[in-house]
Design a protein around this ligand. Sequence first.
Ligand code: IPE
Ligand code: IPE
Ligand code: MG
Length: 246
Amino acid sequence: MAKLTIEELNELGLRAEAMPRHVAMIMDGNGRWAKKNGFLRAMGHRAGVTRLRELVRFSSDSGIKALTLYAFSTENWKRPDDELGVLFSLLIEFFNKEIDELHRNNVCIRSIGELDAFPLKVREAVKNAEQRTKNNGGLMLNIALNYGSQAEILRAAGALCKRAIETGELPTKDDFEQELYTCGLPELDLLIRTSGELRLSNYLLYQAAYAELYFTDVFWPDFTKEEYIKAIKEYQRRSRRYGGLE
Ligand code: IPE
Ligand code: IPE
Ligand code: MG
């Protein structure tokens, strides 16, 4: 991976100084992509994982600091066992196959969510990737696995309640954010959802307070680097007022 220069970003229609620092993606539409192309759903998931490589690379090259991907939600356990099996195998394969290149490129991998619920092999692959890349100072690549915002907020609230009982003091906003999985990450700037669904599906509800939202009808396996650039261009056109005036 080579960092893109200001000129190279300009050629793509992007302004270097206005790049989002933290992008999140709801990678949706694998199943419908498969159906549209006459494949089994499993093929859609595989195509979805394949898509990741160029998006991670572009994030890193373009100076984005953090990329947070929704890979498996707390609600996705409702899927049939065979689909869960496919998803777990693909996760193991992704972590084991991509780890060398990601590590070489200084990417720091972290999972967010409740990993304990996954089979041992998934947990091992994730933990190994986290362990190997933990000191890397490049792109922070967060993979949301058995992640749900409501569970995350409840977990934080529980931890803060315990502490408040001990200390007799109410928590601050900072205390609360320290207990979220996203602690230490830059504020979320851009949240992208593919496949035409207009909802957050329990993703980063707290963190998205002032994120710019980008929805596209493109199914995840068709979300190319060019589509990503389109999303960032749109982000750069938005006026972020945070309740104030321009
Ligand atoms: C997203 O694609 C992948 C996961 C939720 C794991 P879907 O599997 O939800 O694809 P659609 O929404 O059925 O098309
Ligand atoms: C959201 O997609 C979760 C992930 C992309 C991992 P879903 O396909 O599970 O969301 P719903 O069911 O359409 O809300
Ligand atoms: Mg879906």
